[in-house]
Design a protein around this ligand. Sequence first.
Ligand code: UDP
Ligand code: MG
Length: 224
Amino acid sequence: MPAIDKNNPALVAPKRSSPLFSPGTGDNSALVIFVLGGPGAGKGTQCANLVRDYAFKHLSAGDLLREEQDRPGSEFGDMIKSYIKEGQIVPMEVTIQLLENAMNAEIEKSGNRKFLIDGFPRKMDQALKFEEVVVPSMFTLFFDCDEKTMHERLLDRGKSSGRADDNEESIKKRFRTFVETSMPVVEHFEKEGKVVKVDANKDREEVYEKVKEQFTKREVPKGQ
Ligand code: UDP
Ligand code: MG
């Protein structure tokens, strides 16, 4: 894995003493819901439902990283590629900057300030930094799923996804990273009373019904 040059100016997380946005949908605000769950838990699928019914902008951290990896001239391309293949977490500076850019672009384009941030934060440092410099989250939607279910789904997806990490070896590493590195993030937000947990082993319609129940309970606004 390539070493990270911490002196690279592009790799310095935004230095701000307060978050860029305040939580909510008014001026200078952003409403962020983190969507977490193991690889193959169904985050992307359920996010699509929420985009349709709640007018969210869906930002997948993994998709943003893959896009950056493939962007001609990106200085991070090779680094991102090797982290993803190894199921490791790309240094947070890169991911936070990509998310912040995508949020600003969406606000400018459509005025929409509601974001589902899918597959992020996957590590404690990212969770703390994002809430410190971008915006505190409303809550985390956590898809709780058995490894056996996720494994079957990923191998199935691997037949057509073309993803470099939907293979037996990478899947094993991603599960490990999820348990060791990402579950502590869920536990951290749980202590703050900011986790909505949904059983993700059921079929997609049933899972979505539970998600909607919770969103109603938490009074997530439907429009922009
Ligand atoms: N990734 C990362 N930081 C993030 C999110 C994703 O480094 O904040 C990398 C990590 O290597 C992960 C990969 O991107 O294994 C794929 O993430 P994605 O969310 O696409 O996977 P999914 O959970 O949807 O299977
Ligand atoms: Mg995904």
